[in-house]
Design a protein. Sequence first.
Lengths: 193, 193
Amino acid sequence: MAGGVRDRMVAGAVRLLARRGLQATSFSTVLADTGAPRGSIYHHFPGGKDELVSAAIAATEEHALRLLDQQPGASALQVAESFLGAWRALLTGADFDAGCALVAVTVAADTPHPRERAADAFRAWRHRLARALNEGGLEVASAEATAMLLLAASEGAVVMSRAERDIRPFETVAAELLTHVRNLVDDLPAHDA
Amino acid sequence: MAGGVRDRMVAGAVRLLARRGLQATSFSTVLADTGAPRGSIYHHFPGGKDELVSAAIAATEEHALRLLDQQPGASALQVAESFLGAWRALLTGADFDAGCALVAVTVAADTPHPRERAADAFRAWRHRLARALNEGGLEVASAEATAMLLLAASEGAVVMSRAERDIRPFETVAAELLTHVRNLVDDLPAHDA
């Protein structure tokens, strides 16, 4: 199935970006990782590697937004807990050998397009996270600033835990972030959490 | 001067790591960037690229620790402001085209040694930052957790500001972090800040 091959290649590119970085994510490594036939490259990605990387960024963004869509009615604290839980699962599920594909692209991009596509994904992600925090009880400005802090601190903590092969940097940051959200909820004028 | 060539090559490697990532930091790009003679490679770095990258990580760590050493007597809030100021200078000084060499190494390392060296640097950096925050008035446990949060959130915010070529993600996170530190200082039993 043609669609299946493309999806498999995109998933392989996401995995390679998250584990080995942008330069190690090439058509040959993706083919080796997924077993896709060589002819799939020009059939599915006539735009070359930039098109493959952009598709991997789009898949990363969709995955992040889908996780946030899955919890209607969640409180701001539940939103933060679930957001941090997904990062924890990424780290421990890959034995500390995987991080965020968007970071991998940003720090090694040698053409503007993939970096700009990563920037769009960062924006979409934190806007959706801010909306969830707002729906969960935080005021708009506070939800936006908190979404930015949650995303930035998680990204940085994941890099440290990955470097150190140790969950402690991530858990320390996660605990600080949950305290931050709890304090905001407690400060709300009429909270019934 | 032999020492001068080596220092120039290490500085070039730091710059390339921060701007283009680990794979783009090769002996040929460092030679092109610094004008060092080709013979310098085996003379100064007989261990090959890993040795060059490790020296670049050591230089990054030394630079970070030196900045923290430069403010004896600073309050915890001043320490946080100065720490964030150094990141802001990195972003704006390089027109949003540079980040942290330690992140670049961690997300793209294909051998364990450079990643482990980056892990050591992360640990040394936040221990020094925690000590400065403790000397600036925070209790030990609070200083340690805050150092972890400051470093993680700055790293992540720098990646987002870099991707977006926009200071706003960084500034939003910086403001949240300063509020966090201010709240901790206000909560101290007997503060005279």
